[in-house]
Design a binder for this molecule. Structure first.
Ligand code: ZN
Length: 220
């Protein structure tokens, strides 16, 4: 397997866009994979495609609609209102059960076909929602499982695992893509690019951290 080739799980949001540019700096060949899974904010796929094409990254869309057929989440079911806060003692209903398990498994098959050793994902254990499939232990466990399943030596890279959102903004800035991430990515659960709707949990997290980082940046 080619250690200079990576497949980035790319949704066109702040985190995965930062990871895409980290990968472009780190590897010689990069593929970007987006997943269409019935998400309400489906616009993210076209945003991801534009960013990839603008930077000459080979882009592929994986049809993963089965995820919303077998599981329930407010990100895919229009009849469920999204949790605006993290409920006590359970995950927010924006959790899509199995999502990262399926996405990384699909990406690994793609990587095997394209001789890529690295899988890059923007998951973070410090994310407010605490989704179980964003944790380091899950990623390490899946890495072993994928290697055993396909008799390969994949390496799952998680550049954001231990960063908070302010540090993720700093990383985008270090990579020279601060403005691109700020103005052209889509993180908002209501499908509005850039600063977004401003009130969904994803926007709050992104914008609070952005303001905090901009205050640090202006002092430099
Ligand atoms: Zn929003």
């Amino acid at each position: 397997m080619n250690k200079d080739t990576a497949v980035v799980l790319f949704s066109g949001g702040q985190d995965s866009t930062t990871c895409l540019f980290w990968a472009l700096k780190t590897f010689k060949k990069v593929y970007a994979l987006s997943f269409s899974y019935g998400q309400k904010h489906v616009k993210e796929v076209s945003i991801a495609e534009k960013i990839a094409k603008d930077h000459h990254v080979e882009f592929h869309i994986m049809d993963s609609h089965f995820i919303s057929e077998v599981g329930t989440s407010s990100l895919t079911d229009t009849t469920i209102e999204m949790d605006q806060e993290k409920p006590k003692d359970k995950y927010p209903n924006t959790f899509v059960p199995g999502r990262n398990l399926f996405f990384l498994s699909i990406a690994a098959v793609f990587a095997a076909e394209h001789d890529a050793m690295h899988l890059v994902t923007g998951v973070s254990q410090t994310d407010f929602s605490g989704y179980p499939d964003c944790r380091d232990s899950f990623i390490k466990s899946l890495n072993v499982t994928l290697n055993l399943a396909m008799d390969k030596q994949f390496c799952i890279d998680t550049p954001l695992m231990w960063l908070d959102k302010v540090q993720t903004w700093a990383m985008a800035d270090d990579l020279g893509v601060f403005d691109l991430v700020k103005d052209h990515t889509l993180t908002c659960y209501n499908g509005i690019p850039g600063a977004g709707c401003g009130h969904c949990p994803s926007c709050k997290l992104r914008n609070d951290a952005l303001h905090e980082y901009e205050a640090i940046r202006n002092k430099k």
